[in-house]
Ligand binder design. Structure first.
Ligand SMILES: Nc1ncnc2c1ncn2[C@@H]1O[C@H](COP(=O)(O)OP(=O)(O)O)[C@@H](O)[C@H]1O
Ligand SMILES: N[C@@H](CCOP(=O)(O)O)C(=O)O
Length: 330
């Protein structure tokens, strides 16, 4: 997360009053992340007994009309035992509220705080646990009744690339514009059409998984969740987890563990397995393009760390290299 909107203690207390959670004890902006402003909130009904929550203010890339899908999905998955934060409803039962801020009207929601830490250098055991948790999520979400199209699909990668423009892409790295021109039309032509679809997380990066040891204690940040190709979610997770911390070297041990963990809960069909190389190239393109756009357009005053588009451009090259075709064989 990030903090785009700066709020004083009085503003924060007023925002939280409709939740009837007691007195505001502390509110700390969380610098991780990109899309929203987030705070770790502590409130207490009585002195010395504080409870933690996460307050999210939706800043961009999120339509308010999608919030019932995202927040309802958290409650659906939590009810099935998945380690996801429940949404906290206000005193009138609302899942989210729209408030006036110095930057204009914003929607906000409060969710449960979950224990655990996100990892920078996962072990194979942790990657296996994440694979299994992802497959469990896919199963638990199978009867979620709402649907949402993927707003970060192929058409959006193209729109982001066009918005950056060849010069903007080249200003990030001289190789980026030609890489996009080489691979984006091919991916559009080769994109699989007939694979099983369902609810996917679509952004299960290490910073969106909380762990204690090898136990997944939290799957968070469902704000790209949507209905799309289920195996694409595994490809996204693979692209996010299976390279070293610098994003340069492929980690075969993490890859094997993640795929094994996934397959231990949900078997992949032959068609899904065969499609993983192209799905992973698409995943890498998706994050290269959103990062490139953010690289060129992040407000100067935002408390946010821009993420390197080239880390995913390099992964795209890795997945597109025929010499690496065996990565997804189990
Ligand atoms: N339910 C939660 N419990 C504990 N920590 C959380 C929770 N939700 C978010 N966080 C913390 O806030 C950070 C940013 O949250 P996240 O939802 O990933 O924001 P963004 O969408 O901007 O990436 C996480 O990396 C984590 O440290
Ligand atoms: N995981 C993405 C960033 C998406 O933003 P988030 O902070 O909302 O997860 C990336 O690494 O590019």
């Amino acid at each position: 997360m990030a903090v785009y909107t700066h709020l004083g203690a009085e503003d924060m207390a007023a925002l939280l009053a409709p939740y009837h959670l007691g007195d505001l004890v502390s509110a700390k902006g969380i610098a991780e992340g990109v899309s929203n402003s987030n705070w770790l909130i502590e409130t207490a009904q009585e002195p010395g007994k504080a409870t933690r929550f996460i307050l999210t203010m939706y800043e961009f890339r999120i339509e308010i009309s999608d919030l019932p899908y995202f927040l309802g999905l958290l409650d659906h998955l939590a009810a099935k035992g998945c380690p996801v934060p429940r949404s906290i409803h206000d005193g009138a039962g609302n899942l989210y509220r729209v408030v006036a801020t110095p930057r204009g009207e914003r929607a906000l929601a409060l969710i449960e705080f979950l224990p655990g830490v996100s990892l920078h250098e996962p072990t194979p055991g942790q990657a296996r646990a994440v694979g299994a948790a992802l497959a469990t999520l896919h199963g638990a979400a199978a009867d979620y009744p709402a649907t949402r199209a993927n707003g970060m699909g192929l058409a959006e990668w193209q729109r982001l690339a066009d918005a950056c423009g060849p010069q903007g892409l080249a200003s990030i790295d001289p190789a980026l514009a030609s890489l996009v021109a080489q691979h984006l039309p091919r991916l559009a032509a080769q994109w699989p059409q007939d694979l099983p679809t369902g609810v996917i997380h679509a952004d299960l990066f290490p910073d969106n998984v909380l762990m204690q040891g090898e136990t997944v204690t939290g799957l968070i940040d469902f704000y790209f969740a949507c209905n799309d190709v289920i195996a694409y979610d595994l490809a996204v997770t693979h692209a996010a987890w299976c390279f070293d911390a610098a994003g340069l070297a492929f980690r075969a041990d993490l890859s094997a563990a993640l795929l094994e963990g996934y397959a231990s809960v949900r078997a992949l069909s032959g068609a899904e397995r065969a499609a993983l190389p192209v799905l992973a190239q698409g995943a890498a393109m998706r994050f290269a393009m959103s990062r490139a756009y953010d690289w060129l357009n992040t407000p100067a005053d935002a408390l946010v760390t821009r993420k390197d588009p080239m880390a995913f451009a390099r992964r795209l090259q890795f997945y597109a290299d025929p010499a690496n075709g065996g990565v997804f064989a189990l």
